[in-house]
Design a protein around this ligand. Structure first.
Ligand code: ZN
Length: 224
């Protein structure tokens, strides 16, 4: 076949057929027939180092995932426009009726870094990243007013603040609010440290992030 599809992707696909597909063949056949019923939605960054299925060791059909720059949830709005993340959220909550939504931030986030470096830079006509990461502005304001984290690592503090803001924005969607009140939907903040593999989960009462590694792994993920 004549195509310039990358060879390493074809080779990787071959390994998938040998290992991944064989392993999950029955599950996938069932999923194809009966459809998906994931009970968890994950909103994470596009960053190639942060893969929800990898972090949660999840197979096909387990996680409904939307990824965008800096793992942001925009606030609910009724304006015209192509609201991809909001559309995924709507499908997850109204159709799939997921029970949990996890907003997963991460270390060394380029989107957060870009916001911190260029928060006030004029936007180029037609550019998208600047407009998108403006969603972090309320997070920066909230962080300045109520610093729940020590600010000795401003990048980390902003990554946490971005997750908190996305959780706030989630609640502005009427169908999310409704599902949280009446259908037991729970929303969670989390943050993944690429280098150490540490996953921290936000305590909804204190808004602080703490490692959730099982006891047996506590020594393996460095508290960094
Ligand atoms: Zn990122």
């Amino acid at each position: 076949m004549a195509h310039d599809f990358p060879n390493h992707l074809v080779a990787g696909y071959g390994r998938y057929l040998n290992k991944g597909y064989v392993r999950f063949r029955e599950t996938q056949e069932q999923l194809a027939i009966y459809g998906q019923r994931p009970d968890v939605m994950v909103i994470s960054c596009c960053d190639s180092r942060v893969t929800p299925e990898g972090v949660f060791h999840a197979g096909p059909g387990e996680l409904f995932v939307v990824r965008n720059v800096a793992n942001l949830v925009p606030p609910y709005e009724e304006t015209d426009g192509q609201h991809g993340t909001s559309a995924a959220l709507e499908y997850a909550v109204r159709v799939l009726k997921v029970k949990h939504i996890v907003v997963m931030g991460h270390a060394k986030c380029g989107g957060v870094h870009a916001f911190r470096e260029n928060a006030n830079a004029p936007l180029a006509t037609g550019a998208f990243i600047g407009r998108w990461i403006k969603l972090l502005e309320p997070a920066a304001i909230a962080m300045a007013c109520m610093p729940v984290d020590k600010l000795d690592d401003p990048q980390l503090a902003m990554e946490y603040a971005g997750v908190r803001q996305s959780l706030k924005n989630l609640a502005t969607f009427p169908f999310v609010d409704e599902a949280m009140r009446n259908e037991g939907l729970k929303v969670h903040g989390a943050w993944f440290d690429i280098g150490s593999g540490d996953l921290r989960v936000m305590d909804p009462e204190t808004s602080k992030f703490e490692s959730c590694a099982p006891e047996s792994f506590a020594g393996e993920v460095a508290a960094g």
